[in-house]
Structures are given as C-alpha cells and as structure tokens.
Write a protein that binds this ligand. Structure first.
Ligand code: SF4
Length: 273
C-alpha cells in the first residue's frame, strides 16, 4: 500500500487550519457504524469489519504504521506547513481494531519527525465505552465527538446508524470530560434544527462536560445528496448558538463559511469541518 492511502493532505479544516489527515480505512470501503446522509464518502457504510478483514485488505497495524512513518518523513523533507495531525478518514477511526497501537506509534513518530505538531481525532462517540478506544482517544491533544441530533428519531434520519442508538451515544458522552462537541446542522428535506430545542436534549447538554461546542452547516458538494444540499442560514445557526449558550453556559462557536479546498485529494467526511 502507498503511504498516501493513510497520510493525506494537509487539508484545510475550519477548526484545525492545515490538517494532515491519518486515514485508517481501506480506500475501497467506508468502515462506519453510521451512514450519515451528508457523508462525502461515496460508498455505503460497512458497519461490521473484523480484524481479519482489515488484514485481508492489507491494513494490518504494521502496514499502517509504516505508512505513517513514511508520510511524516516525506512531509518533513518537503517542509510542509502543518497545523495539526488529525486522525479522521473515510470512516469511523475507532472501528479500526488496533487504534491504540496506531496512536502510540503516531505520537512517537510525531515526536521524532514532526516534534511539536498537535494531534486531534474526530469520532462519532459510539465506541468510547470500550476502554482501549477511550485510552486511544484521550492520548491525542484534541478530541471531537459528533452529536447531530436532539432525539432518537432525528438521529436515525440524519446519521442512519448501523446498530448504535442515540441513547447509547448520549450515555457515552455523559461519562466523559475534556472534549469538544461537534453538531452538524442540516436543512432542507432532512432537517435536525428543531430537535436541538427540545428540553431533554438541553438537559443532557447541561450535564455533559465538554469544553466547547461547535455548530456548523454542512459544507458538501451538491452531488452528495440533494436532500442535504440546502445550506443552513447563518441567522439560524446564530439563533441556535445563542439558545445553547444560554442553556449550557458554555462556549458555543458557529462555523459557517465553507472552507475553500486547495487539493484534489478525496474529500474526507469529518476533517472538513
Ligand atoms: S460522516 Fe462520518 S460518521 Fe457519518 S457516515 Fe460518514 S464517516 Fe461515518
């Protein structure tokens, strides 16, 4: 496998600047236990992938680690401008069975090759109740958990989970601290906007110990899904942010301007925001 299958970018991220991506999913697949309607990965989600299947695709931890080392060395030689090294790719990174092993290697190689570059991970919070995944997630400098709905019904329409439930995701988030919450706001045929005003959602938010909350429009090409191509107006995001600030007394940041992309690499779903 070429190292570029694992180490991609840097891409421009609205939160992280020039973000060098670490992708842990074979390029032929989308390994994810969600199948979000707005996802940019152009294949259906494969929710259950065994360690053996990863190996059959050539994505053993040894191969992935070699790619990470080669990718970081190449960017070091090229003197690439990088703000963050971010674990996010064409799938849910915590479904990669050897994530903790990969994070340990990434941090060692970051210290050796690109010392001082901070790290981040984007995840949908479904596996953080597993000790090895939580350990891995908490080793990186910043962790972003996704919560795109205010109730189960909306969750099923927006994120189209394979196995996971809204209740489980919320319960997982309630056990954590020191993280950042990501809320994508959709408009058009499949809107989640109103669900964020329900009382149970805001009660749960008040109990969650995140440090800040991001709300943002979905910045996707019209080709992804016509049902999601209606941009959420800035005024509506501001109104929601004000409501959530009042309810949680926490920092709520609105990301609205789409980020222009510099490269023609495949678009990765979670990095973009
Ligand atoms: S947007 Fe992220 S969580 Fe949703 S289906 Fe795509 S990879 Fe999975």
């Amino acid at each position: 496998m070429e190292w570029e299958a694992v180490v991609y970018g840097p891409v421009k991220s609205r939160r992280l600047g020039r973000s060098l991506g670490i992708n842990l999913t074979p390029l032929e697949l989308k390994v994810c236990n969600f199948s979000c309607g707005y996802c940019r990965v152009g294949v259906p989600s494969k929710g259950n992938v065994t360690a053996q299947e990863f190996e059959e695709y050539g994505w053993t931890p040894e191969q992935v680690k070699d790619c990470i080392t080669m990718g970081l060395q190449s960017h070091n030689r090229e003197n690439t401008s990088i703000d963050y090294i971010t674990i996010a790719g064409n799938g849910e990174p915590t479904l990669y069975p050897w994530l903790e092993n990969i994070v340990n290697h990434l941090l060692l190689e970051r210290n050796r090759i690109l010392a001082g570059k901070p790290t981040a991970i984007f995840t949908n919070a479904t596996t953080v109740n597993q000790e090895n995944m939580r350990n891995a997630i908490y080793k990186v400098d910043r962790r972003f958990f996704k919560l795109d709905a205010g109730d189960e019904k909306t969750f099923r329409r927006i994120n189209v989970p394979i196995g996971a439930t809204y209740k489980e995701v919320v319960e997982n988030l309630l056990t954590l601290d020191n993280y950042e919450l990501s809320v994508a706001v959709t408009s058009g045929d499949v809107s989640n906007y109103d669900s964020f005003f329900n009382a149970e959602f805001t009660q749960n938010l008040r109990k969650m110990r995140f440090t800040r909350l991001f709300i943002y429009d979905i910045d996707i090409p019209k080709t992804v899904s016509p049902r999601f191509n209606k941009k959420t107006e800035k005024e509506r995001l501001d109104e929601l942010a004000e409501h959530l600030r009042r309810e949680t007394n926490k920092e709520v940041i609105v990301l609205w301007e789409p980020t222009p992309r510099e490269s023609n690499i495949p678009l990765y779903p979670q990095q973009i925001n």
